[in-house]
Design a protein around this ligand. Sequence first.
Ligand code: SF4
Ligand code: SF4
Length: 241
Amino acid sequence: METRMSYLVLFKLVRKTRLSIGSLGRISFKRGYYLYVGSAPAKWISKRIERHATKEKKLRWHIDYFSNNRFVSFLDYKITEFKECSLARKLNKRFTYIASFGSSDCNCPSHLFYSNSSKLSSLENLTFLENKESAKGQKAFKRRSKELESYFMSKEKEFEALCIRCGSCCGAYDGDPCLHLKKDKDNKYYCRIYPQRFGERKTISGDDFECVPIREILNDSWIGDYLCAYKNLHRRKLFNV
Ligand code: SF4
Ligand code: SF4
């Protein structure tokens, strides 16, 4: 019999917005954190989670209409031991839900949950998700989670290797770059806070802006964007992120 695995995905919506969610119609979403519960056959789980992190895709499920919005960022995911609906019930006790979202095929009130608490900025903070299974079960889950982690890390490395460090997305050519943008001895730009770059930042002149993943701004324009390797591939539809 096909083994299914359930998972949680954490998204952040950076501003209040109204979205059309397929058959559910238009729904208002508050700024904050959203937890989505889903499941997939074990052999497809990596692809499924990757799909949630991808912007451009054929819109099929409710969550696709939400996750492809430009103000929504994919933050984290976790594979869990719980069955999909029992996980949704656990979350239902703790968080506000978006009625009928992702639950057309079951009796759950929803599979999408909301919180504006920064405690939800990491799935590590959801201690009730800690594995209560047998030692054998825990080992299998840990192994699977590690495999997934290294799969996503290798995908991320491939993705990051495309960057030619032109610096244009950080304002290198607009006259007021980000404070953290620097040049190395080969005249290539780099970010001196790269691992912690996302969030509120300042330009050299003191203007505020938000540093966001390049995936989120591929439909935008900025000075020097003709240099950006991602944008060029995106324009030529050579990849969808
Ligand atoms: S913080 Fe963001 S905008 Fe600033 S240099 Fe780093 S990556 Fe670029
Ligand atoms: S504009 Fe694109 S290629 Fe240039 S530094 Fe930014 S992400 Fe890298």
